[in-house]
Write a protein that binds this ligand. Structure first.
Ligand SMILES: Nc1ncnc2c1ncn2[C@@H]1O[C@H](COP(=O)(O)OP(=O)(O)OP(=O)(O)O)[C@@H](O)[C@H]1O
Length: 702
């Protein structure tokens, strides 16, 4: 690595200026497009206009977002397949000009988007293009035909530094990148940022994994799972734009504050239209107004409920005892009960949705009538079959044999009628378990019933049993460890024909039904063949803090190895014991102390402590934000209930009373996992303030 002398830096700045001019020209071109002549109809014109506006929006030159952050000098011109992303004519040659055949070294500037000059020659290559891949993956061991890799450093939008690696030069020593290090160490203010300039090789493997397969990533806190998931979406949208435009992509996160925190990453990467939702959003078919006990929620999320629901949905299917008689003109056609029974049996055995079978049944009966007509010498056509299928006796018989099912009503019945539940759950749920999930008072109607979040998932399952849920092209599921089997199924049915990226950390599972193994989770998701990758290099939590938090691992996830930290600074860890009456004041003092440092501050506390701390902060004249609200230079302190800390990070964390965080959960393991999450939010420093004894697991030395 070498820090550049002014002269090459000037040349690089000139390329930046020229690239920005080219980008402005591209935008001006898009703005001047006149579509009046090419579109005859209004709808097409609207669609096209919208596409142009999106393109104009995407071509904005953002002063503080570097247009390129790297440069690759290839030893030889890349092959045709690799050069795909460098489209628009020959790339610039490192030696100043192109050439025929396998040209000598070509040079590519790597940035967030593709920029070309007036001749169509690339000035900046999209980071997702194949030709950009060595920027992330090339190493001394495998230089990938790269003579020089250059990383650029920016200060406030100005190109101020660069670092070089000559990967094929045996004399050059391996060093860690200062630019990478300073990006990792930078103070955190504002929402989550993209990591496009510094994606690490092990992360890039996941980002660029093929769209065909599902990838599952187990990663310790701060190993970049969320970042990787979001960059993977951006990559897939680039590599499979048309397919995904048709089928759609979705990012699923644990709660609204988390989604707010990450919502600007994809737009910064030029992807403005990716849907983000929580699992609750996906299944919001009824108004949730009740909370289950932990045991009831566990049972409702249990995989056995899938079969209970299947039986419930099919519970109304009846074996006919009467024939169906259809009168056409002067003739009567009679389908005997035993033949109807055969049709029902056959439909029951077929692997089709309940609703699709209900649609098929009248046609089957009509077909039986038609067969009889033909046997009697008539020549009925399809229209006759349709007419018979729609005839009153056939419709009435079909409805009686295979009655329509309203998914919410069937779940309402299950949770309200002990006999119905007993029938559907026979051999699956014990009497005691059935009692646990039954409502104390039967629900009167779908609108007014005391639905819980877990009930909404059951309704979603029932809906899918009736009508197939449309599948998206790709789903990223973050903080996946917290999902119940039934929730995995809800997400899985949204990517049956697509693929998924599943991100999580078993040690951070804080629901009573949290995932015990990824294999199991992937089976519930419907992707048992997915590969499980592990990320262990932590980019957030400093060494001393992660070591302290990792003391909990033997109790919460004994099979997992502690994360390492790539941060240079060991971190600032302080644990302060105070008298109970001094606790709040000591916490406020720790916040003040942290506010003297640069960056964001998170005061994390058990949910029950939040009102008292909010009052104390106001009294102390320290304004604070809620999680997910954007921090800024003026407002840097966020008061975070432990239940919402997941996925977030702050430069300095003040943790109030760890034992209260543990006690806030229904069982000790969940409590310790919640504490582990709270302890691993800090980027630079952590102050733990406690009056009660610390949980024993934390006081054991590592
Ligand atoms: N390659 C990288 N370069 C720079 N920063 C990185 C890199 N990878 C991750 N980071 C940063 O590290 C921090 C943690 O990343 P992220 O939130 O994605 O981790 P996570 O594994 O999802 O953590 P958690 O399990 O706690 O939710 C973020 O600030 C992210 O930007």
């Amino acid at each position: 690595m070498s820090i550049g002398t002014p002269e090459p830096l000037d040349r690089e700045r000139a390329h930046l200026t020229a690239s920005r001019t080219a980008l402005r020209a591209m935008r001006a071109d898009a703005e001047s497009l006149d579509i009046r002549d090419v579109t005859a109809n209004w709808v097409n014109a609207q669609v096209l206009q919208q596409q142009i506006e999106q393109r104009i929006e995407a071509l904005a030159d953002l002063a503080h977002t570097p247009l390129f952050f790297g440069r690759l000098d290839y030893l030889h011109a890349p092959g045709a397949d690799q050069a795909a992303g460098a489209s628009g004519g020959a790339a610039r040659s490192a030696s100043g000009g192109g050439g025929g055949g396998r040209r000598e070294g070509e040079r590519f500037y790597i940035g967030r988007r593709h920029v070309h000059d007036a001749d169509g020659d690339p000035m900046v290559i999209d980071w997702r293009a194949p030709v950009s891949q060595p920027f992330y993956r090339a190493s001394r061991k495998d230089p990938m035909d790269i003579g020089l890799r250059r990383r650029f450093g920016y200060t406030g939008g100005q190109l101020t530094a660069y670092e070089d690696e000559h990967l094929t030069d045996p004399a050059e020593a391996d060093t860690t990148s200062k630019l990478l290090q300073s990006e990792i160490e930078r103070p955190r203010v504002g929402p989550m940022r993209d990591i496009v300039a510094t994606i690490q090789p092990e992360q890039d493997e996941i980002v660029r994994a093929g769209i065909g397969g599902t990838v599952c990533v187990q990663g310790a806190p701060g190993t970049g799972k969320t970042a990787v998931g979001l960059h993977r979406v951006a990559y897939l949208l680039y590599a499979h734009r048309e397919r995904l435009a048709r089928t759609g992509t979705l990012v699923v996160g644990p709660n609204r504050s988390f989604l707010h925190y990450i919502e600007q990453v994809l737009p910064a990467l030029g992807e403005l239209h990716v849907k983000q939702a929580t699992v609750d959003d996906l299944v919001a078919h009824v108004e949730v107004r009740a909370t289950d006990t932990a045991r009831a929620a566990c049972l409702k999320g249990d995989i056995r409920m899938a079969e209970v629901l299947r039986r419930a949905v099919r519970s109304g299917i009846t074996t006919p005892t009467e024939p169906v008689v259809v009168v056409r003109g002067s003739r009567r056609w009679r389908i005997p009960a035993y033949e109807l029974e055969d049709i029902i049996t056959e439909l029951k055995e077929r692997d089709i949705r309940y609703g699709a079978a209900a649609d098929a049944l009248p046609q089957r009966v009509a077909h039986a009538v038609l067969t009889r007509m033909e046997a009697a010498g008539e020549a009925p056509d399809d229209r006759v079959q349709d007419a018979v299928a729609r005839s009153q006796p056939v419709k009435a018989a079909a409805k009686a044999m295979w009655p329509p099912v309203d998914p919410a009503k069937i779940v309402l019945r299950l949770l309200s009628e002990p006999e119905f539940l007993a029938r559907c759950a026979d051999g699956l749920l014990s009497a005691d378990e059935q009692k646990e999930i039954l409502w104390a008072k039967p629900g009167r109607g779908v609108k007014s019933a005391p639905w819980s979040a877990a009930d909404a998932v059951l309704i979603d399952e029932a809906m899918d049993l009736v009508r197939r849920t449309p599948s998206l092209g790709h789903v990223v599921l973050d903080e996946a460890q917290d999902l119940s089997p039934m929730q995995y199924r809800a997400v899985g049915r949204r990517c049956t024909t697509g693929s998924a990226t599943v991100l999580g950390d078993i040690a951070q599972g804080t629901t009573p039904w949290a995932t015990a193994s990824w294999q199991e989770a992937l089976a519930h998701l419907g992707k048992p063949e997915a590969a499980v990758e592990e990320l262990t290099r932590g980019f957030r939590v400093p060494r001393e803090v992660i070591a302290y938090a990792s003391r909990l691992l033997p109790a919460i996830a004994p099979d997992l190895a502690p994360a390492t930290s790539v941060r240079e600074s060991p971190g600032d860890l302080r644990v302060r014991a105070v008298a109970p009456e001094e606790l709040t004041a000591a916490v406020i003092a720790a916040c003040r102390e942290s506010l003297e440092r640069e960056g964001s501050i998170g005061l994390i506390a058990a949910d029950a402590r939040i009102p008292a701390l909010a009052g104390a902060l106001t009294e102390a004249g320290l304004p604070c934000l809620s999680p997910g609200e954007e921090t800024s230079e003026q407002a840097r302190l966020t008061l975070v209930p432990a239940s919402l800390a997941k996925g977030l990070e702050y430069d300095y964390v003040v943790l109030d009373e760890p034992s209260a965080v543990v006690d806030g959960e229904p069982d000790v393991r969940t409590g310790l996992r919640r504490l582990y999450v709270a302890l691993t939010r800090a980027v630079s420093g952590l102050i733990v303030v406690h009056a009660a004894a610390l949980p024993g697991e934390l006081t054991l030395s590592a």
